[in-house]
Write a protein that binds this ligand. Structure first.
Ligand SMILES: [Mg+2]
Length: 186
């Protein structure tokens, strides 16, 4: 039977990347695990989703890899660190989908447009196929309009998608992930 999921962006949805990368050439390119910190309330909010029977699936653009701000290995190290940060809350991730491609890059192998790069729906489509997910019962949240647009393109109803204000997006629907989870579980 297909399962229900909450699709979450990673940077500035779960991880507080902007203050932790403000000194880098491209702030927000978080590819160093020593800079990875959870936003307030994220661990507990994810725990509540799991308790309600949702799988948690990450879908994250990592164009910094194409820009040469870091490497796939750096991404994987941050992913390991994120899982460590979530572990005290008993939170496990059902899937992590990342897109290292960007059309304007400096690393040739990753410098291209790609069907996984948000706002395209490729990462969600891959997750649906691999994890047997029911989009009619699923939700999505992220701090950028492209996070919402990718989810809507994949087939999640717009009212089940939350734009968060965690990176200052004007017109955001929720202040942060805990607020979105409150609405999902209401
Ligand atoms: Mg983000």
């Amino acid at each position: 039977m297909p399962r229900k999921a909450v699709f979450l962006d990673r940077d500035d949805t779960l991880l507080n990347t902007l203050p932790d990368t403000a000194d880098l050439p491209v702030p927000g390119d978080l590819l160093d695990p020593s800079r990875a910190h959870l936003l307030p309330g994220v661990g507990q909010a994810c725990r509540r989703l799991l308790d309600a029977g949702y799988l948690i699936v990450l879908y994250t653009n990592q164009g910094g890899i194409a820009r040469g701000s870091g490497t796939l290995r750096g991404f994987e190290a941050v992913d390991d660190r994120l899982r460590e940060l979530l572990q005290p809350f008993g939170v496990t991730l059902a899937g992590v989908y990342a897109c290292p491609f960007h059309p304007v890059g400096s690393v040739p192998e990753f410098t291209q447009e790609h069907q996984w790069r948000k706002p395209a729906p490729g990462m969600l489509a891959a997750a649906v196929a691999e994890l047997d997910l029911d989009l009619a019962q699923s939700w999505a949240a992220g701090d950028k309009p492209r996070d919402v647009e990718a989810a809507v393109s994949a087939g999640i109803a717009r009212e089940r998608c939350f734009l968060l204000a965690t990176s200052g997006e004007v017109g955001a629907r929720c202040v942060d992930l805990p607020a979105a989870v409150e609405m999902i579980l209401a």
